[in-house]
Design a protein around this ligand. Structure first.
Ligand code: NAP
Length: 293
């Protein structure tokens, strides 16, 4: 496979992170402190804990302050809502990231209604989601006073980086979560693609895949997409981050199996993941910059 067909994300991630320096300096000058991100993470041993550490490390390198909070599930739901309210009103915090999983029952409309849009750097609140879903174009999304879920945004940035022509293209998105598939399908539709949003109950997903110019998988099943499931000249974007039976990180797409057939493919690791991290940190700086106005 040539480098043109390997859609790696580390370069784009570095480009995004390198572009943040002046914004960080601007915030320091205006607020007399660096941009500040608070991360709520209930489970220190969850799969996301690794990514939390990575976020903190990159923030430290860039001079962004981080505060990692484990509220403790024994304190209950009311405490979580109170904590969110307090953090919303705390002028020393610019951005709030709520890591999943949350304790059972916490992910509901009541939570996302309580969370505002200004500090919501992963675009999870009802307000952020509502604003996203009433937009009709990427220009409106990019100029809006809200944030979009970072993973979905990272896929859009990869599509733009590699100048993929998606107007009128048939795109299959596998996975309909509120953090990836749904917001992504909305943005792709705004970019004039024809999107089929697939999930675990989708019938004959292979025929949908075979009719697609681009397949984006965000399912979480190690190497489930094989060469015989895709058509000719198909571009593949792999959001999946899975551990195989040997503890090796891999995507939803069987890279070795598809690499000689696919038109292009994002690797795992080194594809969408690093861009997601960069999008989050870019949003933290944007959230802090907005407070300086
Ligand atoms: P999720 O909430 O568990 O959603 C998984 C989705 O996949 C669901 O919509 C589910 O359908 C669908 N699905 C399950 N089996 C399927 C099948 N056989 N065919 C088609 N669809 C199927 O997961 P998520 O949080 O969106 O994450 C998805 C993957 O992306 C995970 O591997 C996660 O680690 C990864 N991820 C990566 C990044 C990154 O930066 N690279 C960030 C976030 C997540 P139903 O709705 O019918 O259950």
């Amino acid at each position: 496979m040539s480098m043109e067909t390997l859609l790696e994300g580390r370069t784009l991630s570095k480009e995004i992170l390198n572009s943040l320096e002046s914004g960080i300096e601007k915030v320091k000058a205006a607020l007399n402190r660096p941009p500040a991100l608070a991360i709520i993470n209930y489970y220190d041993d969850s799969a996301s804990a690794v990514y939390v550490k990575r976020k903190i490390k990159v923030c430290e390198r860039l001079g962004i302050k981080t505060d990692l909070i484990n509220p403790g599930s024994e304190k209950g739901y009311a405490y979580f809502l109170e904590l969110l309210k307090r953090m919303e009103g705390d002028s020393s915090i610019d951005a709030i990231m709520i890591e999943r999983p949350l304790p059972s029952g916490y992910e509901n409309i009541q939570t996302w209604d309580k969370f505002g849009a200004l500090k919501d750097v992963d675009g999870l609140s009802s307000l952020s989601m509502g604003k996203l879903f009433i937009t009709k174009s990427m220009a409106e999304i990019e100029s809006g006073d809200f944030f979009v879920p970072c993973t979905a945004l990272a896929v859009i940035k990869m599509i733009k980086k590699y100048s993929m022509d998606i107007s009128g293209a048939n795109i299959a998105v596998a996975g309909r979560s509120s953090i990836v598939g749904r917001p992504l399908a909305h943005m792709l539709t705004s970019m004039d693609a024809t999107v089929t949003l697939c999930h675990s109950k989708t019938k004959d997903i292979v025929s949908i895949f075979k009719n697609s110019d681009i397949i984006i998988s965000a399912v979480g099943k190690a190497r489930w997409i094989k060469a015989d499931m895709i058509g000719e000249n198909c571009a593949l974007i792999d959001v999946g981050t899975n551990m195989d039976e040997n503890g090796k990180m891999c995507g939803d797409i069987d890279f070795e199996d598809v690499k000689d057939k696919a038109l292009s493919i994002t690797p795992v690791p080194g594809g969408v993941g690093p861009v997601t991290l960069a999008c989050l940190i870019e949003n933290v700086v944007k959230a802090a910059e907005r407070r300086t106005r």
